[in-house]
Design a protein around this ligand. Sequence first.
Ligand code: GUN
Ligand code: FE
Length: 425
Amino acid sequence: MMIIAYKGDIVFTPSPDHFETFEDGYVLVEDGKVIRVCDSLPPDSRNITIMNRSGHLIIPAFNDLHTHAPQYPLAGLGFDYELLPWLEKYTFKAESRYADIDMADHWYRRFITKLWENGTLRFSAFATLHNEATLRLMELCQESGLRPVIGKVNMDRNSPDYLIEDTDASLSGTEELIMKAKKITPDVGFIITPRFVPSTTPELMNGLGELVKRYHLPVQSHLDENRNEIKWVHELHPNIPTYTEVYEHYGLMPDGRTIMAHCVWLTDRERKILKEHDVWLTHCAESNLDLTSGIMPVRRNLDYGLRVSIASDVAGSHESAMNRHIVMAIEASKAKTFETGYAEDKPLRLPEAFYMATKVGGSFFGEVGSFESGYEFDALVIREDESPLDLSVEERLERFIYTGDDRDIKERYVGGKLIPRPFQK
Ligand code: GUN
Ligand code: FE
């Protein structure tokens, strides 16, 4: 078998407490998967092809478990509003435009290209309620070589008349897409996507819960993002004690297959349930500040043993680059300590936040997000700006995370395959 050795300054985080670094080391890759990382080549290296990237950082690619593909053109608008008026005044209008397939095609290409530029190579995205545009997004992702899961948004109540569907059409449209996607987009998964509790009737949630079971599908939605939103959920479901339990009640929290975005205002009762179902929480610190939602007590959630990743939530936030979201998560965790004290909410450290944006998000897709043996070789090759200082490999990564951008990313690999800029043909 052919082995490829990627040579460079290698950094990854098998665990959240420290960076593993190999200066001028090798990642050995076979069949798209990491065999191991080492300081020097094995004695018999006849079967090894060396890809020399000396002087470059080689890191796991970023994984973003919560983003909204149709909201990309909206990024940076409406942040004097909180969540609910922002949805009414901006988001629903923007999403309604995706009834136009040519508009959808154009902007979905731009969205995917932006993620490619930023080195986000796997992600979980909301589309819109439109079937045709959602299938187009999946086809474009398939063509691009990126490996996301995508969900058609379900919403059948408390939505404007230009962005709402009836319950039966929502369910049959979803099932139709599940079948089509299986055939047409083998590398792009489908994820059941009720928008959030206020925009879905009990009948719709029930039906979606059945689809989850029948097709063994994952689920994504929003949870405990904003205090007015939470109050509304309690008004709509007075007999269910918590927001979390509404999803649980309707079969929308399959074990080890559920992503819940935000989780800013969790109670301990909810933490327990999320842990039982092995849910991925996505910490969207920038969105939570942009939309004045709050600051997740990320340390408390981690100490509780919850699985917390870092995500962008474009366009609840104004940018998609995951290195920026790592920075925002760290900064927000520092701001939290001013409120609650250091003992309770000790700030995130860089290796921890990097781990959350690579390995925790990646684990939704299998063995992804690290360079441990057996992991998919999903990687970025980075050439950061020069420095007059004598920086360690770890310090160079830190500087890239804080100050770098897509211009520093020279190559992107998914499952060992070099992914060129999409849609150039
Ligand atoms: N809750 C329901 N819909 C949305 C959305 O589009 N963005 C965010 N951030 N929260 C939501
Ligand atoms: Fe969101």
